[in-house]
Design a binder for this molecule. Structure first.
Ligand code: AMP
Length: 210
């Protein structure tokens, strides 16, 4: 299967992608995680990505498209794209690269704008394993420490209220049109993302008939 997870920052698409990958064995490809890893390593890609990410802007299409298509090439386990495509141009490049092996479903996780902002501004992430927490709705057992690996929690610089607002604006202008793009292709699967993580996850698996 070839799946795309669509949704605004804070919609829970990363969490759902991870769970889906664990259960199905498909490869999880998160463009944001790749950029954050590159940034940690101090590579040229990381430096370039950081200059856009910290402003809440999208990394240029040609950079991200090549990076993701390189990871897809030769994949035989099926894949879950998380955070890509984010523009119509990226979606068209993906279509061109996949040719007749079109994606099976573009899963759109719907969450209201107020809820997105609330989630993003309270989100803290484990520096080691990237597990997300929320200060009020899903806090760690020990303040500042990851329940799973004991790593230190931090707030992503692009989750501060000001940058999160910018990211949402960019999302509605540049990424939201993809919902219609995949609806027209007959590939869209809409999900209510304002439910418990577990509930969304179960519903998603059953809708994908897994
Ligand atoms: P995410 O972890 O998916 O929220 O992505 C974090 C940041 O990485 C975004 O705000 C963008 O700056 C950049 N990014 C991730 N994926 C893409 C993409 N497909 N196109 C452009 N920029 C991206």
């Amino acid at each position: 299967m070839r799946i795309i997870l669509l949704g605004a920052p804070g919609s829970g698409k990363g969490t759902q992608a991870e769970r889906l990958a664990e259960i199905t064995g498909m490869t999880h490809i998160s463009s944001g995680d790749i950029f954050r890893q590159a940034e940690k390593e101090g590579s040229e890609l990381g430096k370039l990505a950081k200059s856009y990410m910290e402003k809440g802007l999208l990394v240029p299409d040609e950079v991200v498209t090549k990076m993701v298509l390189d990871r897809i090439a030769g994949n035989e386990r099926g894949f879950i794209l998380d955070g890509f495509p984010r523009t119509i141009e990226q979606a068209e490049s993906l279509d061109k690269a996949l040719r007749e092996d079109d994606i099976d479903k573009a899963v759109y996780i719907k969450v209201s704008q107020d809820e997105l902002l609330r989630r993003l501004s309270g989100r803290w992430i484990c520096r080691q394993c990237e597990k997300p927490y929320h200060l009020t709705t899903s806090p760690p057992k020990v303040a500042g420490r990851c329940d799973v690996c004991g790593g230190q929690l931090y707030q992503r610089p692009d989750d501060t209220t000001e940058t999160a607002e910018k990211r949402l604006k960019v999302y509605f202008e540049q990424t939201a049109p993809l919902v219609d793009y995949y609806r027209k292709k007959g590939r869209l699967l809409e999900m209510d993302g304002e439910r418990q993580i577990e509930e969304v996850s179960k519903d998603l698996l059953s809708k994908l008939r897994w």
